[in-house]
Design a protein around this ligand. Sequence first.
Ligand SMILES: *[C@@H]1O[C@H](CO)[C@@H](O)[C@H](O)[C@H]1NC(C)=O
Ligand SMILES: *[C@@H]1O[C@H](CO)[C@@H](O)[C@H](O)[C@H]1NC(C)=O
Ligand SMILES: *[C@@H]1O[C@H](CO)[C@@H](O)[C@H](O)[C@H]1NC(C)=O
Ligand SMILES: *[C@@H]1O[C@H](CO)[C@@H](O)[C@H](O)[C@H]1NC(C)=O
Ligand SMILES: *[C@@H]1O[C@H](CO)[C@@H](O)[C@H](O)[C@H]1NC(C)=O
Ligand SMILES: *[C@@H]1O[C@H](CO)[C@@H](O)[C@H](O)[C@H]1NC(C)=O
Ligand SMILES: *[C@@H]1O[C@H](CO)[C@@H](O)[C@H](O)[C@H]1NC(C)=O
Ligand SMILES: *[C@@H]1O[C@H](CO)[C@@H](O)[C@H](O)[C@H]1NC(C)=O
Ligand SMILES: *[C@@H]1O[C@H](CO)[C@@H](O)[C@H](O)[C@H]1NC(C)=O
Length: 444
Amino acid sequence: MEFFRSAILLVFLLSCFSFSSTDAFDALDPNGNITIKWDVTGWTPDGYVAVVTMFNFQQYRHIQAPGWTLGWTWAKKEVIWNMVGAQTTEQGDCSKFKGNIPHCCKKDPTVVDLLPGTPYNLQVANCCKGGVINSWGQDPETAVSSFQVSVGAAGTTNKTVRVPKNFTLKAPGPGYTCGPAKIVKPTKFVTNDGRRVTQAMMTWNITCTYSQFLAQKTPTCCVSLSAFYNDTIVPCPTCTCGCQKNGTHHGNCVDQDEPHLASVVSGLGKNNYSPLVQCTNHMCPIRIHWHVKLNYKEYWRVKVTITNFNYNMNYTQWNLVVQHPNFDNLTQLFSFHYKSLTPYGAINDTAMLWGMKFYNDLLMNAGPLGNVQSELLFRKDLSTFTFDKGWAFPLRVYFNGDNCVMPPPDSYPYMPNAGTVRKVSSLKLVVTLILSTAFFFAFV
Ligand SMILES: *[C@@H]1O[C@H](CO)[C@@H](O)[C@H](O)[C@H]1NC(C)=O
Ligand SMILES: *[C@@H]1O[C@H](CO)[C@@H](O)[C@H](O)[C@H]1NC(C)=O
Ligand SMILES: *[C@@H]1O[C@H](CO)[C@@H](O)[C@H](O)[C@H]1NC(C)=O
Ligand SMILES: *[C@@H]1O[C@H](CO)[C@@H](O)[C@H](O)[C@H]1NC(C)=O
Ligand SMILES: *[C@@H]1O[C@H](CO)[C@@H](O)[C@H](O)[C@H]1NC(C)=O
Ligand SMILES: *[C@@H]1O[C@H](CO)[C@@H](O)[C@H](O)[C@H]1NC(C)=O
Ligand SMILES: *[C@@H]1O[C@H](CO)[C@@H](O)[C@H](O)[C@H]1NC(C)=O
Ligand SMILES: *[C@@H]1O[C@H](CO)[C@@H](O)[C@H](O)[C@H]1NC(C)=O
Ligand SMILES: *[C@@H]1O[C@H](CO)[C@@H](O)[C@H](O)[C@H]1NC(C)=O
């Protein structure tokens, strides 16, 4: 079990390390990316018509309201004559055009999705969801977003068309970095009846990856712990996501008992990207509480509570990723959906949890309704099960794809009679360290 303790420590250190790195690598979703595919489906007198499709191949990171914003820079003097299923936010200077006026003349157009309820003649398949895209793990059917664009002054053969440059994806804030467009084999489309295959004139792909560090410099989520065998509730580390300003005017947070709470909160924009948090010691918009609730002979039970401290945000289609060695024997789960994530195939210790549609898939803004909870029942594997040394607590927790800061391992609640703390064999610790480092670097 000393082995286990040093493993926790190591994961803790690694998670600190990975947070301070701008590297987009995510150990729990090593191939996660958003791929943007442009299929040129036809030529026009002065350019082409393309269907642009965004695939969110990430296991658990979705794009929630107010949705994605896609930008690029044209390689030549292209204009957008028309768009279906999306629109540019600005038209730009089209003054040199007479007669037909383009939809957008900007060198660097910025595109947003249309809202639900758009008239049918302005829609294409997979459009018009207000820029919301689910994650591949949660629902591949809704993890795709498309629009159609008609480009002028662009060249009308696959030799003269230049791919757009400098793609930017906001979802809705920063966090994604997009690579260059790469010309790939033209996509083949099979008709609905499966009896005919058509082919794009030309296809290019852009891959965008996420880095939590680019998205925000501070964490957004923390974990607190408790257990039936110990009265101590181990809180989120103080100042995890920021510190309260002193004095009577908190300024950067809202006091729960504030008499004018309603007016303070309603004076602000809804679903604003910058959080307005309730004053807490940790100042995080989201807290995950893991409570080891019951111990049966063959099973044990955990209660997980997600609390929203952000007055500015309703989290739609939220998800939680939890790593714990007992997830290979999860027996029952109440009121959440569950999917096993096996980033490296063999180790089945990571789970994605999310809410049930119309029941708890909406995590309401801070206040009495701002929480969701579930209970997990695990079957004990007697060769590994223990309440000792924090084994019952998760190794890693992510909320909406962002790492949640855990309390330091030496503060975990422990069993009253587990006082016989043996000295950690330093040899074992060194071996663990080397092995895990090797494991870590093998995937960097
Ligand atoms: C993007 O994700 C897909 C699906 O997981 C994967 O097949 C593809 O190789 C990834 N692309 C890159 C550039 O990593
Ligand atoms: C362009 O078209 C020609 C002939 O139709 C084809 O051989 C070539 O591979 C195409 N090039 C690209 C980049 O698609
Ligand atoms: C790419 O886009 C970013 C942001 O829109 C801009 O700051 C940068 O100058 C652009 N780079 C090029 C080469 O156009
Ligand atoms: C381009 O993206 C599409 C859609 O994700 C994918 O099916 C295709 O394999 C990609 N092509 C390459 C060469 O990555
Ligand atoms: C803020 O509070 C901390 C401890 O609560 C104290 O050490 C510090 O002096 C205070 N700063 C100001 C400006 O009041
Ligand atoms: C969250 O949803 C509730 C119910 O739909 C609504 O009353 C509230 O204003 C929303 N809050 C925000 C911040 O959008
Ligand atoms: C992982 O564990 C879950 C829960 O016991 C099980 O349903 C799933 O089949 C396992 N997956 C693999 C790849 O072993
Ligand atoms: C727990 O899961 C592992 C891997 O799926 C399996 O080998 C083992 O027998 C299970 N243990 C119990 C007690 O069900
Ligand atoms: C409960 O756990 C805390 C934190 O690790 C520890 O300080 C305390 O002594 C434990 N309480 C008992 C009764 O063992």
